[in-house]
Design a protein around this ligand. Sequence first.
Ligand SMILES: *Cc1c(COP(=O)(O)O)cnc(C)c1O
Length: 222
Amino acid sequence: MESPIAKNLKAITSRIETAARAAGRSTGSVDLLAISKTHPAEHIAPALAVGHRLFGENRVQEAAAKWPPLRALHPDVRLHLVGPLQTNKVRQAMTLFDVIETVDRPRLAEALAREMEKSGRSRDCLVEINAGLEPQKAGIAPADADSFITLCRRDYGLPVRGVMCIPPFGVDPAPHFALVREIATRNGLEVVSMGMSDDFETAIRYGATLVRVGTAIFGNRP
Ligand SMILES: *Cc1c(COP(=O)(O)O)cnc(C)c1O
């Protein structure tokens, strides 16, 4: 019998394709990052079994406990960090993650650049935008985004591939998605990580290239 998680993955994939087509975009233009935070390896296994390889976690410690054995079985997994990163965890994060989606301050950009140089390894980076200017949320204010992206690329030589955002809860996310898409476009960035279980179709309409879906795949978090 097909596992509920495999079934959810298939359904979300089909909704992504429908939303992309409705937006006049190709069905391959949006990637699905399965957010497996708080879910044990047993819940991730069915997604791996049907060939899904793109996952996101929000905590370094949790990823360190869960992912090395799964990656040993599936070396082609790509893991994204979507939660806050402390500078003292940069080295560990770079051993676990392929993409750091939450570059949100100069000190972190500097620490990442230093570790990449020291280790000779590179990790794709996304700049997190605090689209709704929420004081409790991480991310660069939209007005400061261009100069921060330039700082990351030019001064620190970071491989910045795109932007990510978590819009304010309980309001129409569309204007926030549009704003973040604009930041990506005018900075020549390819990856736009936005949209979660409740709003990924809207995000696709506004130009997301990567949607981050947890609950709609794995169910409610324990
Ligand atoms: C948890 C999380 C998600 C997934 O949220 P769902 O509503 O469960 O789909 C996406 N992005 C980030 C940064 C998250 O922390």
